[in-house]
Design a protein around this ligand. Sequence first.
Ligand code: IPM
Ligand code: MG
Length: 370
Amino acid sequence: MAANKKLLVLPGDGIGPEVMDEVKRMIDWLNGQRRVTFDIDERLVGGSAIDAEGAPLSDATVERAQGADATLLGAVGGPKWDDLPFEQKPERGLLRLRKEMELFANLRPAICFDALISASTLKPEVVSGLDIMIVRELTGGIYFGHPRGIEDLPDGQRQGINTQVYTTNEIRRVAAVAFELARKRQSRVCSSEKANVMESGVLWRQEVTKLHGEVYEDVALTHMYADNAAMQLVRNPRQFDVIVTDNLFGDILSDEASMLTGSLGMLPSASLGAADSSGRRKALYEPVHGSAPDIAGQGKANPIAMVMSFAMCLRYSFDMTEDADLVENAVTKILGEGCRTGDIAGLGDKVLSTREMGEAIRKAMAELAA
Ligand code: IPM
Ligand code: MG
């Protein structure tokens, strides 16, 4: 009997708890079915943590995350906490978690399911068969660079400052993740920056090129300015296999890529740290979508991004390939059968609630596993 897997669950705010509920039910089902069992530890993050614990992420929760085999996060933020000082906002909890766990590689796959081709705002012939992996640097760049802040100028104006900064190692380690992933896919990496205007972009391009020459010459490497990449993503997204880019460009390009798949409610993500001596990586799994306060608590949210994030957790943290496949195949199956939440429904489609969607996926899992 394999040891229990320690999973930290952080539902967060808005639709976070609703979509996480569907994953918790899936875990219950897996626990009942399989030899491996999950030990679940649940804590607060974001606005709900501010309300209950006075900070968006408590030290105790960071400690639990450090000790867990993997962490699942729903979403953080909401209008209730919008007026808080910057350092106390819900988002700071998420950023602290990424930073303290050194989760420098954020994997954001954008896959267009055949059944959802019509849900994309792009033409079917542009998105059909789409399968891109965006690898976003997650613990550096302008999100964390110093100096930062808002300061008063002598003439009475104010000045806002953020700093884009990258070191050789920060670039190399995330590029290595992209190259390794590419080897298991179509062996193509497109590295994206703004080397035409930013020194950090010049360094990025040089270091990626150097690493490629040293270790990954078997992978095809191209470079693209980030503005062009944004345009190419809607012009001809299938030209890409793996895109590797910095924190801010990755934030933007991954939101853009999500719409190729039909809805932000479909995109999972994995955030990984460096491998330890046993090959294990610290890891956080979260949907790319936010807390969607406008629909929170109404059972309207699409749980698929959260469910697919859990599938990534099974695959990358626990090597449970069969179970990860089972979850993903169940999602493909129910989409093929026409199951839709509001965000991916077409005219005349029956719209399922969050719970109904979760139930449909679990039922499909049971059928596929039988
Ligand atoms: C994301 C989100 C976060 C980010 C926010 C919530 C801080 O947009 O994960 O893409 O900007 O990284
Ligand atoms: Mg974002």
